[in-house]
Design a protein around this ligand. Structure first.
Ligand code: C2E
Ligand code: CA
Ligand code: CA
Length: 535
């Protein structure tokens, strides 16, 4: 029986004081007080400045209270103090809200945006994630304002704000930067396509005509510029500048479109050559790192395997995420030796853990399209298994479901031969490559990994939820395992369990960990299990 549902609470909020020195529960006759077996009850409203009570202060005792009248006056003093504090706290948060939010759209203003951008940079710098900054500028807004008046201009800005907000995740930042300029931060970006897809959606959402209060319809469009941290800038100023440059390029393309920032050729060319030269010697210089992210059983949440995720510890730039250097490695062919390095490292680590912890762990290793084209891939995998002693059954090779592998010659053959070594194939990023069902059926895969863009939208976008459900059903019908990637929240977990997804991977359980930390985690698990067994 919550106290705020009692009749007494309602009466006190309406302004009445109450005092019963004995027999209170019976006199009040409400279950709440009976349950607590209260003999004495004192209650009084809390007032701030106005006539309306801010809340109530109630006290009760199991024994009769002979000094109820004195106590009531003490409570009044305490009460006015509490009310004042509550009032001050409310003022503070209100003014903080006002100072950092735009009063028309209620969106964060430039100050708050800059603050959020700083924290995004700090966090991404630590975790190695990339994020995107979007600059949105309404096309010909000045004309609307001048010809239709400021009131109409305000309506346009408010509805643009709502449409932008509705186009992104709750955790993303949308701010009114100035006038008709809006800025967005989209966090935790794995693939750049995810961002361009959102940009595309924003362009379309904004161009749908909006109905003004007087019933007239008005069509507005916007130009968007996109840039990425850390590729296009490592500080807020540079990121905003580059998003702005990209936005002007979009205007130059005829407006009502988006553009991704492209660095000035000479500068970027030199940087790229520099980076390429460093990547060439990264392996020799011992700069490559293998990280592992656990995969857990959806029912028991116990560990069943891990995905190997590569990192590059650049001597000057620090830890670089694969989203940044894998494309460079693919363009230059360096992915072949790098891919072999991570394969051998992951097999060796997995074998060591298998022996040490005596639990069946699978390790997932990503293969890029270029590796699949190498005629000796099967040999390379065979050698890695032989040299490390890892049984093929414990190795999962992850192949992304994208366009660029579909024209790989003999793809099905190669995958078949790899399975012949005893290892398993997983289709990575499932749902992003628009494969036909028939193609999936023919694809010799044991596992299907649902792409994180769908998982992330569980609880947000019913269309994506439907895709997740359909993928799970389809996989089960084809007798394949389903793994969900990017499981971040309890809600995701509940949903995936309910619909029968078998394996899970995501920040909810753990981020990718350096090999040594991952091993500690396995030791800790073993220690806990031994402790339980002892008891
Ligand atoms: P992927 O294969 O789809 O790997 C999953 C990515 O999602 C990883 O990013 C992982 O850190 C991230 N992730 C895992 N759980 C969550 C979550 O709950 N939320 C969010 N927001 N992200 C999560 P990472 O390590 O940055 O790798 C990015 C991509 O780089 C990989 O995507 C893969 O395509 C590629 N990659 C990584 N290591 C290798 C490698 O050794 N070889 C090749 N060829 N590609 C690799
Ligand atoms: Ca993968
Ligand atoms: Ca994936």
């Amino acid at each position: 029986h919550p106290i705020w549902q009692t009749e007494l609470y309602r009466r006190v909020l309406a302004g009445a004081e109450y005092s019963a020195a004995e027999d209170a529960a019976n006199r009040l006759g409400e279950p709440f007080f009976k349950q607590l077996r209260l003999n004495s009850v004192l209650a009084l409203p809390l007032y701030g400045e106005g006539q309306r009570a801010l809340g109530a202060l109630m006290a009760g005792g199991r024994k009769p209270q002979s000094r109820a009248p004195e106590l009531l006056s003490v409570l009044r003093m305490v009460g006015s103090h509490l009310a004042l504090q509550a009032l001050v706290a409310r003022y503070r948060s209100d003014s903080r809200f006002q100072g950092l939010h735009d009063s028309l759209t209620r969106l964060p203003n430039r100050l708050l945006f800059n603050d959020r951008l700083q924290s995004a940079i700090a966090e991404a710098g630590r975790s190695g994630e990339q994020f995107a900054v979007l600059f949105v500028d309404l096309d010909r807004f000045k004309t609307i304002n001048d010809s239709l008046g400021h009131a109409t201009g305000d309506q346009v800005l408010s509805s643009v704000a709502k449409r932008l907000r509705a186009s992104v995740r709750a955790s993303d930042t949308v701010s009114r930067y100035a006038g008709d300029e809006f800025t967005l931060i989209l966090r935790h970006i794995v693939h750049r396509d995810d961002v361009t897809r959102i940009a595309d959606k924003i362009v379309k959402v904004l161009e749908t005509p909006l109905t003004l209060t007087d019933g007239r319809e008005l069509q507005i469009t916007a130009s968007l510029g996109i840039c990425f941290y850390p590729d296009d800038g490592k500080d807020g100023e540079t990121l905003l500048k580059h998003a702005d440059v990209a936005m002007y390029n979009a205007k130059g393309m005829g407006r009502n479109t988006y553009q991704v920032y492209v660095a000035v050729p000479e500068e970027s060319h030199r940087q790229r050559l520099d980076l390429e030269a460093k990547l060439r010697v990264a392996e020799r210089n011992n700069e490559l790192r293998s990280y592992y992210q656990p995969q857990v059983d959806a029912q028991t949440e116990d560990i069943i395997g891990m995905e190997a995720l590569i990192r590059w510890e650049h001597p000057e730039l620090g830890l670089i995420s694969p989203g940044f250097f894998i494309p460079l490695a693919e363009d230059t062919g360096l992915i072949v030796p790098i891919g072999e390095w991570i394969l051998r490292t992951a097999c060796a680590d997995a074998k060591r853990w298998l022996d040490k912890f005596k639990i069946p762990l699978r390790v997932g290793v990503n293969l890029s399209a270029l590796q699949l084209r190498q005629t000796n891939l099967v040999e390379v995998v065979e050698r890695a298994l032989r040299d490390t002693g890892l049984p093929g059954d414990n190795l999962d090779l992850e192949v992304t479901e994208s366009m660029n592998i579909k024209d790989t010659p003999n793809l099905m053959d190669v995958l078949g031969q790899l399975r012949g070594l005893g290892c398993h194939i997983a289709i990575d990023d499932f749902g992003t490559g628009q494969s036909s069902l028939d193609y999936i059926k023919r694809f010799p895969a044991d596992r299907i990994k649902i792409d994180q863009t769908f998982v992330r939208n569980i609880g947000v976008d019913p269309a994506d939820e439907a895709i997740v459900r359909a993928t799970i059903n389809m996989a089960r019908n084809m007798d394949r395992h389903v793994v969900a990637e990017g499981v971040e929240t309890e809600d995701h977990l509940r949903f995936l369990r309910e619909y029968g997804c078998q394996e899970l991977q995501g920040y909810l359980f753990s981020r990718p960990l350096p090999a040594a930390v991952f091993e500690n985690m396995l030791s800790e698990r073993a220690r806990l299990l031994a402790e339980i067994a002892d008891e």
